[in-house]
Design a binder for this molecule. Structure first.
Ligand SMILES: *Cc1c(COP(=O)(O)O)cnc(C)c1O
Length: 387
């Protein structure tokens, strides 16, 4: 046996990372190490100068007037609800087909998450189901207060369709953009929709730091000031003047320094993700239901998620795993089927799409540095498992 074929065989079955953060680190070279070293040198670990610099960079990036960085995406959502005084008796409408944090924060304040169904092709909120959820909430004697719109897997929800329903019922919009910061809706960047937007810098999100982090975006100056106070224990003129009940919700200076460097290459990374997603779509559209991006939208492709029906999804996952290719199921169980959330209201006709797609979705490796050869290996494995 010569050495060459052996190496080829090994690399053809070498484990594929689901998200390759190491490749990004190689690209950034010493930039992040140097940014962290600068923080270590000045020593302002809490709300140091990088935090304000990052907030300005993020505002410039998306066009929001005010950016308040914070500890994580969940706290970003919670701080907004807290600032708006969400309380027991309030109905807060949100999808069931999302990560638990979206509904969790509503329950924190004693308010009631009311679940809304999604469209099967974009995975995002269906305004018709929102109407039915509002009716259901009113019948239960709840006060409709707010809609948490989730931009799932990186694609913005259809704001032009959802906003009229919210306006008609005087509901304000919170955009859960934990997966979609960087995305564009009809020429406008995420971060500028609704009253406020929350995002996450969890390492696996499209723009991730090296730990937990998050941010809030709003054009409302009074809300921004309130959020800055709530982020630091409800501080007034200084940190020993407490004018309201808040939390410890700051972003670490070191994480801000990391994000400043990563934001510089983020637009290019979004383009690379889009090229990879289009390539997947072309190669898989005849064997699976591939994700649809609405006209005029740019997704960040936080996940590349296809649908495989007829009970064949789990077999595909097993077949890929045997070839060193990881997959993930986002989400195997919609929230209204989860032990912690199944007591909360749903629209009169239930959530048939959320229930159906939970059985069919499967996410493939997706990151900006997925080489064409690796992508071909993934595509061929999916096709082989299905044909
Ligand atoms: C990741 C995520 C969150 C929570 O963000 P953390 O930073 O992990 O707290 C909230 N909503 C959605 C849709 C998410 O994907």
């Amino acid at each position: 046996m010569t050495e060459h074929p052996k190496v080829t065989t090994e690399s053809a079955s070498a484990p594929v990372p689901f998200i390759d953060l190491a490749a990004q680190r190689r690209r950034l070279g010493p930039a992040i190490d140097e940014a962290i070293a600068r923080v270590l040198a000045h020593g302002q670990y809490i709300l140091g100068p990088e935090v304000r610099l990052l907030e300005a960079d993020l505002a410039g990036f998306c066009g929001a007037k005010h950016v308040i960085s914070c500890s994580n995406g969940t706290d970003a959502l919670a701080l907004i609800l807290r600032a708006k005084g969400i309380k027991a008796g309030d109905a807060v409408f949100c999808p069931s087909f999302t990560f638990a944090a979206t509904a969790e924060v509503v329950a924190w304040f004693g308010a009631t998450p009311v679940f809304v169904d999604v469209f099967p092709d974009t995975f995002n909120m269906d305004p018709g189901s929102l109407e039915r959820a509002i009716t259901a909430a009113k019948q239960l004697g709840l006060r409709p207060a707010c809609v948490i719109v989730v931009d799932l897997f990186g694609q913005s929800a259809d704001y032009d369709a959802i906003a009229p329903v919210c306006d008609a019922h005087k509901l304000w919009i919170l955009d859960d953009a934990a997966q979609s910061f960087g995305a564009t809706y009809k020429g406008r960047k995420i971060g500028t929709f609704g009253l406020a937007t929350a995002t996450s810098f969890f390492p696996a999100k499209p723009l991730g730091c090296y730990g937990d982090g998050g941010a809030i975006f709003t054009d409302d100056v009074e809300l921004a000031e309130l959020l800055r106070s709530l982020r630091v224990h409800g501080q007034g003129v200084d940190k020993y003047d407490n004018t309201r009940i808040g939390i410890n919700g700051r972003l670490d200076t070191i994480q801000a320094a990391v994000l400043i460097e990563k934001l510089k290459i983020f637009p290019d990374e979004i383009e690379k993700r889009d090229v990879i997603a289009r390539r997947y779509n072309e190669a898989l559209k005849d064997v699976a239901v591939v994700p649809r991006v609405m006209d005029g939208l740019v997704s960040t492709w936080a996940q590349y998620t296809i649908r495989i029906g007829n009970g064949r999804r789990d077999g595909v996952a097993v077949a890929l795993k045997a070839q060193g290719i990881p997959t993930a199921i986002y989400y195997p169980k919609p929230l209204h089927r989860q032990t912690a959330y199944r007591g909360y209201p749903t629209p009169g006709n239930g959530l048939p799409v959320s229930d159906a797609i939970a059985q069919e979705v499967i996410s493939l490796p997706m990151h900006p540095y997925l080489a064409p050869e690796l992508q071909d290996r993934i595509v061929n494995a999916v096709r082989a498992a299905l044909t």
